[in-house]
Design a protein. Sequence first.
Length: 243
Amino acid sequence: MLIDKDMKLAEIIHHDYTLLPVINRFNMHLGVGDKTIAAMCREKEVNTDFFLSIINTFHDHQYFPAQHLKQFPAAMLVKYLKQTHLYYLNRKLPDIETQLENMEQNCAINGDTLTLLLNFFKEYSKELTHHIEREEKVVYPYVLALENAVETGKITDDFNKKLQNYTITNYKQEHENVEEKLFDLKNIIIKYLPETQNDAFCHVVLRDLFDLERDLNNHSRIENLILLPKVEEMEHLYKQINS
């Protein structure tokens, strides 16, 4: 089932509650009443087509309108991706670390095993945070400056120097698959976790890790298959303008 603009947002949440974090990224929160998606998008000044493309991408893994998403401004894509980063840094990573600590108190896991899990996750968290900081400080400002240069046709010496030292190809080479270590952590819990006195806490951790993995996979698809090709096209246009 594809979600459309005339559906009520409350009904969509009932149908697929896992969409809540994605909906929140568009400044939409609980208490939506009987408003349709179109009405909520108007109220929050959100592009309805973009909202539907993102929501349906998360709702149905087989749905990925790459060509349609490429039509949206890079600034719109970057704004959404930055909201996703905030969700990872401020919510998901701290929540999972807290859940791992709760396992020590409630699952009677020996200290060595818990230390291994915690250290593994903290190292993963550090790598993901570094990856995000790199995007926020280097990649996204470059993308926004490039889009502005292409749209306005303004050629500046400053940006020309930046383009000589950095292109999106650099980012593609740096853009490591941060999901691999997350899979390894899940695998440790599934295959090698000692028997516990309370499996419920372990299940909560595992569910959160699966949720994060799914979210990161969709995040990466948008970056790799939409944003990066779009930036490569803009780089080509900029060089034409500058020639």
